[in-house]
Design a protein around this ligand. Structure first.
Ligand code: GGG
Length: 354
């Protein structure tokens, strides 16, 4: 009997490597996850779906018509990246990732930002004090995809409407409070001085939800001030809750604080229905496709978030420990000043697993 057959627990994973460097990082992610799981007699039954820009080239759509019913039958989804020079960006994103997030109602996007010892960052003083998580609303807001274009040429009009529901706003803010550490509180990101409808409701909901958590301090900040303070004083943030667009932008800023977008991991969750999609924060990076230099850490740590979601906390901690140890030794891909290839860095992480 092989190790997979002897597994005491099994999880069914839908793997969508996607476009660009997605397949390169997800392949190393899977190797690393499988190795970590094997040590705990856990098996991942992975089914791969080759959806994305190449699928679009053949069939004129990013994924098949039954894709949404396929993905919902799995315990979790492991995703690479979406985007290609051959398909318009909005067609690619709205043909693959966004429909899955919306269909599964993955309203929480968790993006942890924690610096690694050994990785050079722009900050010379105490990079280790960067320890925050961005809780991004993931199904509505500015990415509701409501609007249209009319006329052409100089008379063209484009309308892009944000949709903020009270229920959608309340559930993401409530998630942030439930997961916040009382000593550091929640920072609610707003822009209610300029967006006098959506963000004033966001502020009202923040105040109402916050009243149910009297032990957790809550601060409201405009997004521009938050962006500035994340650079100047990142240690003052812990649990940031933000709308879809603000959270998207601030989490890339956060990845910049880490030293590379390639290190940032994320989870797209519906905690009420136990659904999750896990993906590195970076996109498809067409400029480095096929070079073997993409950083696999974002994908590996997204896999750790997936294992935690599946109840495998110990394995997730093993993976995080191995990544921390390897980066701490100064090893890395070129984006963080190292000389390892994608697979060599994964090899080192696999070696470091206990
Ligand atoms: N792995 C993440 C990815 O491919 N991101 C592309 C992108 O721009 N996604 C839009 C979003 O995260 O809202």
């Amino acid at each position: 009997m092989g190790p997979a057959a002897m597994a005491s627990r099994r999880h069914r994973i839908c793997m969508i490597p996607g476009d660009g460097i997605g397949p390169e990082v997800v392949a190393q992610g899977v190797r690393t996850l499988e190795k970590a799981c094997a040590a705990h007699a856990v098996a991942l039954d992975i089914e791969e779906y080759e959806w994305g820009a190449k699928y679009y080239d053949r069939y004129g759509q990013m994924m098949p018509a039954d894709a949404l019913s396929v993905v919902e039958s799995f315990d979790a989804i492991y995703f690479g990246a979406v985007g290609s020079l051959e398909v318009a960006d909005h067609v690619a994103v709205w043909g693959l990732l966004m429909p899955i997030r919306k269909h599964l109602d993955l309203f929480v996007n968790v993006r942890p930002i924690r610096c690694f010892a050994g990785v050079k960052t722009m900050r010379t003083a105490s990079p280790q004090d960067v320890d925050m998580v961005i809780i991004r609303e993931n199904t509505e807001g500015e990415y509701a995809n409501v609007g249209g274009r009319m006329y052409q040429g100089e008379n063209e009009i484009a309308v892009q409407t944000s949709v903020f529901t009270r229920r959608g706003t309340a559930r993401i803010i409530d998630y942030a409070f439930r997961h916040a550490a009382p000593e550091r509180g929640v920072q609610s990101i707003t822009k209610s001085n300029a967006l006098a409808f959506s963000m004033t409701m966001w502020d009202e909901v923040t105040r109402d939800v916050s009243a149910r958590y009297p032990d957790i301090p809550c601060e409201r900040l405009h997004v521009d001030a938050a962006a500035y303070r994340m650079v100047i004083a990142p240690h003052t943030f812990h649990t940031m809750v933000a709308s879809n667009l603000f959270g998207d932008i601030l989490s890339d800023l956060g990845a910049g604080l880490l030293g590379s977008l390639g290190l940032a991991a994320s989870a797209n969750l519906n905690p009420d229905q136990s659904r999750g999609l896990f993906e590195p924060v970076h996109g498809s990076a067409p400029d480095i496709v096929g070079r073997g230099t993409a950083n696999p850490v974002g994908a590996i740590l997204s896999g750790a978030m997936m294992l935690e979601f599946l109840g495998e906390d110990e394995i997730a901690n093993d993976l995080r420990g191995a990544v921390g140890q390897v980066l701490g030794r100064g090893l890395g891909t070129p984006d963080i000043g190292g000389a390892c290839s994608t697979s060599e860095l994964a090899d080192e992480i696999i070696q470091a697993l206990r």
